[in-house]
Ligand binder design. Sequence first.
Ligand SMILES: [Zn+2]
Length: 234
Amino acid sequence: MLQDLEQLIELQGLDAEIAVLDGAIATIPDQIRMMEQQLVQAKAVLDAATAEVEKLQKLRRQKERELDEAGRELKKRQGRLYEIKTNQEYSATLKEVDGLKQKISTLEEEILVSLDDIDRVMKIRGQEDEKVRVTQAEFLKNKQQRQDELQKLQGRLSILRKTRESRSRNVEASLLQLYLRLLKSRDGLAVANATSRSCEGCHVTITPQLYNEIRRNEEIRTCEGCGRILYWKG
Ligand SMILES: [Zn+2]
């Protein structure tokens, strides 16, 4: 085989692998960002549950204060009942006592309901807390894996780039220019296999005469459809 053609085929192989590695490397930061986003979302749900617990506890404390106050008021009124002189004042105070008893009973009921609510929301918060812990642990583990992978890919990429550079030096300058131009304009494929009687790049059928020339792999021939450099794999 023509040596230049051999070098170009090898270059094409290196460039194809470099393109795959570049693609894989480019996706890793996005993958990490997506995982991080999941963690942020889990934390937001936990924060909302925590806020709900705090709101309910504040409400419960407020009702307990109201209950204490009503209890004190009740005692005051009940004590006063024995000192009252007139019937009118007596029945008015008695009415107040009944009103306070009713209020206390309502508050006690509300506090019980709010304790149930707090239990329920605290259970939810516990579950969300667990979710955050699991998500965080997974995130850290997966992030480390991705970063290790990134390092590995970058290591391989740097070897490929060096190899590519030294191989490029062996190719005649104008041919290398043609190759590089095609690589850029033909979607990363400059050297195409023509073994199946058609161009691997554009699938155009190759004329019998050109096909015979390509089969010899003894000169640089290009595709009539796309201009890619053709070779025969055998
Ligand atoms: Zn073609």
